[in-house]
Design a protein around this ligand. Structure first.
Ligand SMILES: C[S@@+](CC[C@H](N)C(=O)[O-])C[C@H]1O[C@@H](n2cnc3c(N)ncnc32)[C@H](O)[C@@H]1O
Length: 250
């Protein structure tokens, strides 16, 4: 999602759709609302209401203020540009999904400087009045600028947040086991076929029955191949990057 400032990661992520091209056709949903309705198993009207409740402008303002407190505004905007309308739509979808499914635990990989996915998930958990978010991020690049991942996450939401700093290969299995298994798992770290497949396997294995596997930047075939291996039904939504989701049968 973000310009993570990561030279090798960006090259690897860009190469992987060429090495493992996404299959066609895929089942694309026309809106974040339709995507959320299918994954949460609710009527479209209910999903529309949950997504519409998202305080998008307020959260974007809080996140941008947070990163501008850490580094000069121009650098902040270069490293974490304000979300595009399409991306805001997906963040609102993420918020709506958490509001509708009321998870006790969410796990994500990839926080970024702004912490946009973390912030929207945490805001929804806060409104739910319960639930915890565990995030794993290697935090390799931003310390060069004197800041750390999650700089934009509003302090008022950090009480429900457990940020684990380190490579997902080393930490994800432990986090998934220790948190007792999430209802929602989101991949948004290193988008190579190998790393995505590793994280999907780990996340799926610990996902609670009826839980939801999500991935941003599903531009290679890893999500499709994983879904075929577990006989799941993958859904996609184009928010500028390709967002993917799949429910685990109860
Ligand atoms: C695209 S950003 C995440 C954006 C974030 N989800 C958001 O909505 O703002 C990708 C993040 O993945 C992290 N990352 C890259 N490779 C990783 C790995 N192997 N393990 C854990 N985190 C990693 C980077 O440090 C970076 O912060």
């Amino acid at each position: 999602m973000l310009a993570a400032g990561a030279g090798w990661d960006q090259i690897a992520s860009r190469l992987t759709p060429r090495l493992h091209p996404a299959p066609s056709p895929r089942e694309f949903l026309p809106s974040p609302t339709a995507f959320v309705a299918r994954l949460a198993h609710v009527p479209n009207e209910e999903a529309t209401a949950a997504v519409a409740e998202t305080p998008v402008d307020h959260l974007v303002h809080e996140m941008m203020s947070g990163i501008e407190r850490g580094i000069p505004a121009r650098l902040a905007r270069a490293q974490a540009p304000p979300p595009t309308p399409a991306w805001q739509g997906m963040l609102a979808g993420l918020f709506g999904l958490v509001r509708l499914t009321r998870p006790a635990t969410v796990v994500e990989t990839g926080v970024g400087l702004m912490g946009a996915s973390s912030t929207f998930i945490l805001e929804a958990l806060d409104r739910n009045g319960g639930g915890e978010l565990w995030s794993v991020d290697a935090d390799r690049y931003f310390p060069l600028f004197g800041v750390h991942v999650g700089q934009g996450i509003p302090p008022r939401l950090q009480g429900r947040h457990h940020l684990v700093v380190g490579d997902s290969r080393q930490h994800l299995g432990r986090v998934l086991a220790e948190c007792g298994g999430p209802q929602i798992f989101l991949h948004d770290s290193l988008h190579t076929y190998r790393n995505m497949t590793f994280e999907f396997r780990a996340g799926w294995q610990h996902l609670r029955p009826g839980g939801i596997l999500l991935s941003d930047d599903a531009t290679n075939s890893s999500f499709d191949d994983f879904a075929a291996a577990v006989r799941g039904r993958p859904l996609f939504f184009d928010c500028g990057s390709i967002f993917a989701g799949m429910s685990r049968p109860d």
